[in-house]
Design a protein around this ligand. Structure first.
Ligand code: FES
Ligand code: FES
Length: 166
């Protein structure tokens, strides 16, 4: 098979610069998981429908399966691995645990990254509006009530960015 890893790419992920030899057709999701080894970001549908692959780019949430890694040389990419600081969980991670915001957990990294992105965008206070804003993240276990409760708790704390790299 032809080796097409013919592009040198610099990606800044969680504050660390990575130099990758990469096929220009590789998605950001596959670059994170297969090239850098950050497997916290999950591949669910691989076609933009489930949100399991959500990461932050310059603080904004995106589906990393729908976009190419080569587009992100000048950006700050944040994945779920960045949220906890050692043993200290990010407030959103702690709230998901407290409110049973997951069951199998497969959607959870994407849900948490999307929730963190939503709060940075200016989270609505109404449950129905939060559900709408989180509608790109699907949970096959239907942990939605716990997810909304977790987001509400962190929204009310108002200090959700306290241990995010800016
Ligand atoms: S894996 Fe990207 S949206 Fe489903
Ligand atoms: S907790 Fe299982 S898919 Fe969401």
């Amino acid at each position: 098979m032809l080796n097409s890893d013919n592009l040198t790419l610099l990606l800044k992920v969680n504050g660390t610069q990575h130099t990758l030899q990469i096929d220009p057709r590789v998605t950001l999701l596959d670059a994170l998981r297969e090239k850098i080894g950050l497997t916290g970001t999950k591949k669910g549908c691989d076609r933009g429908q489930c949100g399991a692959c959500t990461v932050l780019v310059d603080g904004r949430r995106i589906n990393s399966c729908l976009t190419l890694a080569v587009m992100y040389q000048e950006t700050e990419i944040t994945t779920i691995e960045e949220l906890a600081k050692g043993e200290e969980l990010h407030p959103m991670q702690a709230a998901f645990i407290k409110h049973d915001g997951f069951q199998c957990g497969y959607c959870t990294p994407g849900q948490i990254m999307s929730a963190v992105g939503l709060l940075a965008e200016g989270c609505p206070s109404d449950d129905a509006e939060i559900k709408e804003c989180m509608s790109g993240n699907i949970c096959r276990c239907s942990a939605y009530p716990g997810i909304v409760a977790a987001i509400q708790e962190v929204r009310q704390m108002g200090s959700f960015e306290s241990n995010m790299r800016s």
